[in-house]
Write a protein that binds this ligand. Sequence first.
Ligand SMILES: [Cu+2]
Length: 191
Amino acid sequence: MHVREGQTVEMTLTNGGAIPHSIDFHAARIAPDVAFKDVAPGESFTFRFVANDPGVFMYHCGTKPVLAHIANGMYGAIVVEPKATLPPADREYVLVASEWYLTSDGIEEAASLDIAKERTTQPDWTTFNGYANQYVTHPLTSKPGETVRFWVVAAGPTLNTNFHIVGTIFDRAWVNGDLLKVGDPKGAPTH
Ligand SMILES: [Cu+2]
């Protein structure tokens, strides 16, 4: 999801599954017991929030056990562009980092969640955007001289991601996606 600071986000969650689910936006300042409540199978629920905090945030299913719902892939990213214009970029990429705790490697046939591995943080795979090693065969590209912006979210459910670039240097990094100081003409980090 990609919105601009100050826009109203209207979210409708329709549960087509067999157990309750919900959706929790880290970009929202809202009563979680109301907006992020469980939605029963076959039901829909709509809520709104104003995206007043620029940055990139995780959203995820918040139904208990949250660890299991997140580990099953129920998450994504919402980019909240600041009102103040960001430096121009020729390309932008969103990377959601996560790790997978599985009953098998999942290559030949689908695997399911191994909760014991998850509780002891022994992942089978760590991925960007859900597929292990996908950018080895389908790299994210740019041409020399182009400016590239990465929006990076560590969805976990447990591990952080240490984002590491080789062969160049970032002009600027906003730690924890904190874009509140984008308007600073020097672009200097303030903390
Ligand atoms: Cu869920």
